[in-house]
Design a protein around this ligand. Structure first.
Ligand code: DMJ
Length: 928
């Protein structure tokens, strides 16, 4: 294997050999792995335990990959609840999410190099043969250029990179003759028409068969794309060019990056979330490090590492400086406006930003990486997973979690950089949570709602491409991997590209490197190499000391506003009018409102923030009027609580958030619509009645089944094919009359979720469910039942032992029920059980969220007053102090950061006023 020698060095401390030789293993191109120097802090984890966890990751991968291959392949993805493949066009459309699916066996391609990392060489060889035999890249499907690039092109190139490595070793893949590379090239040519714009930014979508322009293409009318979509191509495209010698790919990807750089907001050096591909105007001017932008930054730094082109590092460092100045408010990363970077654009963060600490490790900026990672970990500990979006005071903003790997990625890189065994414990928790909450008989299911624990029929391909790689590598020693991972760089989808590409076919970069960078202030560019041995040579407690002050940041968080603003009013100036206090009948308020944007730039900023708060407040209020979703958990054999369906609540009947859950066997009512007195009361008596939606009011159905003796009801949508994946949940309204007579709980399931219960009845006859506000712990559910112990413990090793074959889990579970491994939980008193019992139902995360329903900015109507109040109960002092210190430090070290000084000219603010309001509204609409 040749070494990477082409890239620009990092100053004199860079080792002569392959400066980025640790890129893949540590993601820290200048960091020396600190794993060997660790001597104190969190208790070290024994080799034995690490191996055990590594084996557990292997078993989990087998469960995910095996079920995909058995039940879904050649479809793009597995639907783990219904245990079948997701074929585009055959399922209700989920919108943009489906643009990753090109009928090209996505999950298989995305999994290729994971197989090699996990030492499954034989399976890799089989998988490559299948790809070559079965995959068609010429389907009449419109796909996302970004997703196809990172998952499919990246997957083929990662597969090719490891195929040639294995071939060179002489044992496996001896027959391989660059076939994956040829496929990658074919796909590369299919993507090129997307770049046919004057700007060079690619269209967001392309038809694999018909391209962009042909009438049959059904695409090519888009005007906007996201920054990450246009800026996350260079690694794959450059690798394709350098592997094949066809320079065009690298040229096109470079041109798109050049254009984005040109269009950066010149005073803030930030980029927006979406850009017009024809005019280059920013469409969304909010800027963060998460959704829509994330991997643009990642690829600038990694392109420098892989291609050795200084211009990429210069750009990255310029952006990084801006990110740290405006977006980073450790431990938070908050979106701002590109042209008003001191103004936060929202009060919530998205889960995609969890990759950023890993990128900071690569950059060598460890402290903020540790801080943000710690904050994220505490959010995970609160909700078991990272919700898609969460507020600055750590409430759930968007409750979904599609098993994203970003946090595992950052955990891995932080472990490699610090050697702190704390990060191994973090990884262990991730494994436990996946097994406990996401594992279903047929794979791993995304979380529909982290608060209820309900599932979605979805297992994205990135779960196999990334999650298992990072988790396995976290616990692996060098000898556990059959090749030297340090010779590779990870793409954003964790595909491996060899560093020796930096010295291959370099002519492209030489030819196209622009010389515009002379205009930049070179002092921004950090050419030195942070090195963990220098950063904390004698202080193995370094990482711990950074985490320590943050250890209660989530549990004891106080709602926070935009601290930098609040600080400026502590001196006694009159606090600004806040949205929550505004009364249209108050003349003083109206006067203040009139003044906003007219008298001074500070007033204008107040006005802008006021508008932002009004919009947030109104959307918050809308949300508050809605009851949170509920859960239907199937507890009988063979589900044992492992399948949780998202259910809509009713505005009448028993409120499941206030009462104990209702548990019972299900029975279909007759008539099925439940609109008249039931003719089968004996069948539904003491059971949970299933009723079809339609033909009469929900309340009428409830009364009819209640009169027949049912203890609860589930209304199933009559609209065939409807699903909570594709339609927003709603609550069942009453009939306009007094509904106090309805005492039983009623829940609503869309047709697809309802079908899972109906199918279960057909197959197993007796189906028992739990109606509740959130999924219940399996140990508590199964108390007193004779069930296999692996179900309780989620102990995959035992699951393996007990499953006689790789047949589907339902059958295996059936056999195990009567095996000698049965456990009676009556006497066990597991810790989970006792903690569940000791926790009042009303303290569920969902309720807590509801209780704290006022938005963070609203709660700080008077910062001083609020500060005192919260300090009194002793809960918020640390965070407040820390944030105050941070704010003071920022002001000390960077005069630009002072709110009072950092104001834009009033006319520029006024000019942007309308656009901002539109942007806020848009943000609220499309969330991420
Ligand atoms: C992956 O497909 C890639 O990591 C991408 O860059 C964004 N995130 C998803 C997984 O969350």
């Amino acid at each position: 294997m040749s070494e990477a020698g082409g890239g620009r060095g990092c100053g004199s401390s860079v080792p002569q050999r392959a400066p980025w030789s640790l890129v893949a293993a540590t993601a820290a191109f200048c960091l020396v792995s600190a794993t060997s120097v660790w001597t104190a802090g969190a208790a070290p984890m024994s080799r034995e335990e690490r191996q055990k966890l590594g084996n557990q990751v292997l078993e989990m991968f087998d469960h995910a990959y095996g079920n995909y291959m058995e039940h879904a392949y050649p479809a793009d993805e597995l639907m783990p609840l219904t245990c079948r493949g997701r074929v585009r066009g055959q399922e209700p459309s989920r919108g943009d999410v489906d643009d990753a699916l090109g009928k090209f066996s996505l999950t298989l391609i995305d999994s290729l190099d994971t197989l090699v990392v996990l030492n499954k060489t034989k399976e890799f060889e089989d998988a490559v043969r299948k790809v070559l035999r079965d995959v068609n890249l010429d389907n009449d499907v419109v796909v996302s250029v970004f997703e196809t690039n990172i998952r499919v092109l990246g997957g083929l190139l990662g597969g090719h990179s490891l195929a040639i490595m294995l071939k060179e070793k002489g044992e496996y893949m001896q027959w391989y003759n660059d076939e994956l590379l040829q496929m990658a090239k074919q796909l590369g040519y299919k993507l090129l028409p997307a770049f046919n714009t004057t700007s060079g930014l690619p269209y967001p979508r392309i038809n694999l068969k018909f391209g962009i322009r042909k009438p049959e293409a059904r695409t090519g009318t888009e005007t906007d794309t996201c920054t990450a979509c246009a800026g996350t191509l260079i690694l794959e495209f450059a690798a394709l060019s350098r592997f094949t010698g066809a320079t065009i790919f690298e040229e096109y990807a470079r041109k798109a990056l050049d254009f984005l750089w040109e269009k950066r907001q010149r005073s803030s050096n930030l980029v927006g979330v979406t850009i017009n591909i024809h005019t280059g105007d920013w469409v969304r001017k909010d800027s963060g490090v998460g959704a829509g932008i994330d991997s643009y930054y990642e690829y600038l730094l990694k392109a420098y590492v892989l291609l050795g082109d200084d211009s990429f590092l210069e750009r990255f460092n310029t952006h990084y400086d801006a990110i740290m100045r405006y977006i980073s408010q450790p431990p938070l990363l908050l979106d701002v406006h590109i042209h008003k970077p001191m103004l936060n654009a929202r009060t919530w963060m998205d889960a995609l930003l969890a990759f950023f600490p890993g990128l900071q490790v690569l950059k060598g900026d460890i402290r903020p990486a540790i801080e943000t990672h710690e904050m994220l970990y505490q959010v995970i500990k609160k909700h078991n997973f990272l919700p898609e979006a969460f507020t600055t005071d750590f409430r759930v903003h968007w409750a979904q979690h599609p098993l994203r790997p970003e946090f595992a990625e950052s955990t891995y890189f932080l472990y490699k950089a610090t050697g702190d065994p704390y990060y191994l414990e973090v990884g262990k928790t991730l494994i436990e949570n996946l097994n406990k909450y996401a594992r279903v008989p047929c794979g791993f299911a995304a979380m529909k709602d982290v608060r209820t624990g309900s599932h979605e029929d979805r297992m994205d391909s990135f779960f196999l491409a990334e999650m298992f790689k990072y988790l396995y590598l976290l616990f692996a020693d060098k000898e556990d991997i059959i090749f030297d991972i340090e010779d590779y760089i990870f793409t954003t989808e964790a595909h491996l590209l060899p560093l020796w590409l930096s010295t291959t076919n370099q002519s492209i970069s030489k030819k196209n490197t622009t010389s515009e960078y002379t205009e930049l202030d070179d002092s921004n560019f950090d050419w030195t190499c942070p090195n963990t041995q220098i950063l904390f040579p004698n202080d193995p407690l370094y990482a711990q000391s950074i985490r320590e002050p943050l250890k209660n940041v989530v549990d004891k968080s106080c709602p926070r506003g935009i601290i930098r603003v609040e600080e400026s009013f502590r001196s006694g100036a009159k606090p600004p009018l806040r949205a929550r206090d505004f009364m249209a009948t108050n003349p003083e308020h109206l006067e203040i409102l009139k003044k906003m944007g007219a008298a001074s730039s500070i007033d204008a900023e107040d006005g802008l923030r006021f508008m932002q708060e009004m919009i947030e407040l109104s959307s918050q209020q809308q949300k508050e009027q809605q009851l949170p979703p509920r859960a239907v958990q199937i507890v009988s054999h063979p589900f044992f609580g492992r399948v949780v369906l998202t259910a809509g609540p009713a505005q009448f009947g028993l409120d499941l958030s206030k009462h104990k859950e209702t548990r019972g066997f299900v029975a279909s009512s007759k008539p099925y619509n439940g609109c008249s007195e039931l003719t089968n009361p004996e069948a539904v008596m003491g059971k949970i009645a299933l009723i079809q939606r339609g033909q009469c009011m929900f309340a009428e159905k409830a009364r009819n089944i209640q009169n027949a003796g049912a203890i609860g009801g589930i209304v199933i949508d009559d609209n065939e094919g409807s699903s909570s994946d594709t339609a927003p949940l709603f609550q069942m309204a009453g009939d306009g009359k007094d509904t106090d007579d309805i005492k039983i709980p009623m829940l609503f399931l869309f047709s697809k979720e309802g079908r899972i219960i109906l199918d279960a009845i057909r197959e197993y006859e007796e189906v028992e469910v739990l109606l509740s506000d959130k999924a219940k712990d399996r140990a508590a559910i199964l108390k007193g039942k004779m069930i296999p112990s692996y179900i309780i413990n989620s102990n995959p090793e035992m699951e393996n032992e007990e499953q006689p074959s790789s047949e589907n889990d339902s059958q295996s579970a059936e056999q195990i029920t009567s095996s000698s491994q049965e456990v009676d939980l009556v006497d066990q008193g597991s810790p989970e059980e006792s903690s569940l019992n000791s926790q009042p139902e009303s303290l569920s995360p969902a309720d807590t969220d509801n209780a704290a329903s006022v938005s963070p900015s609203e709660q700080i109507s008077n910062p001083m007053e609020n500060h005192e109040t919260t300090s009194l109960d002793g809960e918020c002092t640390d965070l407040d102090n820390q944030l105050q210190e941070q704010s003071e430090t920022e002001e000390d070290s960077n005069p630009n950061v002072s709110w009072g000084k950092k104001v834009q000219p009033i006319d520029s603010i006024l000019a942007d006023w309308n656009e901002d309001i539109e942007a806020f509204e848009m943000m609220e609409k499309d969330e991420l």
